[in-house]
Design a protein around this ligand. Structure first.
Ligand SMILES: [Fe+2]
Length: 202
């Protein structure tokens, strides 16, 4: 989620001296619980975290530490959305800077909505959080109106729903097109990847 128009006014995040400094998933989940009471929002972040981790492992052949960084960015990208709706993104960025977290993770979180935060996705990690954010939520919304949930849900039905602008109208289709345009994979491939990897996230 990134519907607020809060230009961060900067494109450098964190301190290179903190390269490779991550937090444990236990600490990240602790922060999430402290800042987010809305279970739907928690689930959204857990889903994006699972997608980021799976993508790093499967598509980027990342090692354990890099996949952990991808997962962390996914899990915390909307952590300040509920508590600080007017300054969403700024607060979690500052919190992670205070905690001396790897700038790669912070830049990734800052680039999950280029139109809103004024930060262009640069790395593949940045580009994928932007790709997954809206689409993950959209696909989850689509699963909720199906009697069988994710079971039997296919790419075709998701594409059809995307064209139905009245469905999940808050999901900006232009952002999805823009995000997909920045990577080499097709929309169909990404939808399939999301269907395969987020259905069991709880
Ligand atoms: Fe999000």
């Amino acid at each position: 989620m990134s519907e607020h128009n809060l230009n961060l006014g900067r494109t450098q995040f964190g301190d290179v001296a903190n390269d490779g400094r991550l937090m444990t998933m236990e600490d990240a989940h602790g922060l999430l619980k402290e800042w987010v009471s809305n279970e739907k929002l928690q689930l959204h972040m857990k889903q994006v975290a699972a997608l980021m981790k799976a993508w790093a492992f499967e598509k980027e052949s990342s090692d354990e530490a890099t996949s952990h960084a991808w997962e962390l960015a996914g899990l915390l990208h909307d952590a300040d959305w509920e508590k600080y709706p007017d300054t969403h993104c700024k607060m979690i960025i500052e919190e992670l800077e205070r905690r001396k977290i790897d700038p790669v993770v912070i830049h990734c979180i800052a680039s999950h909505g280029p139109k809103y935060f004024g930060v262009e996705p640069e790395s593949m990690m940045d580009k994928m959080i932007y790709v997954f954010d809206e689409l993950s939520g959209f696909i989850h919304a689509a699963s909720l109106i199906r009697p069988t949930g994710y079971e039997g849900m296919d790419v075709k039905s998701v594409l059809k729903k995307l064209k139905t602008l009245s469905f999940a109208a808050q999901v900006n289709r232009e952002d999805i097109t823009d995000a997909i345009g920045r990577i080499d994979q097709s929309l169909e491939e990404i939808i399939q990847f999301i269907l395969d990897h987020q259905k069991n996230v709880q």
